[in-house]
Design a protein. Sequence first.
Length: 326
Amino acid sequence: MRTCDRDMKNTDRRSRLRLLIFALAWVTAGLMPQPADAQNSKISWDSRRAFEYLKKICEIGPRVSGTGGMVAQRKMIIDHFRQFDCEIRAQAFDVAHPQTGLPVRMTNLVISFDPTAKNRVLLACHYDTRPFPDRDRTRPRGPFIGANDGASGVALFMEMAHQLKTIRPRYGADFVMFDGEELVYSAQDKYFIGSEYFAKWYRDEPPEYQYVCGVVVDMVADKNLALFIEKNSWKMAPKVTQSIWTTARRMRVKEFISKEKYEVRDDHLALNQIAGIPTTDIIDFDYPYWHTTRDTPRSCSATSLSKVGRVLLQWLTEVPIEPRSK
Ligand SMILES: [Zn+2]
């Protein structure tokens, strides 16, 4: 993903007002008696297992689109999800490599739980890693493992899958893993190839189901987790954003901070703007090892992953958003 500094100072007034109303509601909610499910949440989570998934993904090494590392990771993911009662689809297409012009095979993965449900929630992450850690001061051409920026979202979904059968999600749930989020060697190279392809497919060949809303997770395993509200999410998908941060508040997960901070360009833009699926981006953009060789499991935390996973599982049982009538 990338930031959009240009607009960072220019938060529009409507957005601020919405945030103020939300903040008031949020404070009030904290003073109210808590529903039983928030205090004695039945949501379970195996922190150690989830973190093992993150480490196992990183042991593959770099997972750049079109490389052997990516193929190995894809096989691992598919093997993992085969143990569950879900449908696994691959959406494959070719793009020209930004440097050589040769075709690169891209593959988005769509893993559907309760696949016959007509109303669904989209949970997405990217699973490719950036070719180089170009923000690394000493080794900008060193290895990039992408423990937080890449593996964290995949590991989160791998563990969530274990828990889905014991909770009752309000809607069908799709884990969508995008390829080609950052097959990027220089500033002009194209980001978000996988999510744009997916969003165009959804718009141009609408399936029989609809996504009521969506969530993108990116960099959710940072040791010092701080999840501020991302500005584009707040502008484009305020209800979804508010509902997740409210669930976190009820569960007393303080790492979800209901203040706007960064404006980030990420896979959620295509989902909002092309597919018309209101989608929020849960992203920790204060990660000090972003695009460096130190984005490894040592910079990540099982507890952080667990906090995000538990909030999302609880939220899936509620999703206070109604389907649009077609
Ligand atoms: Zn990145």
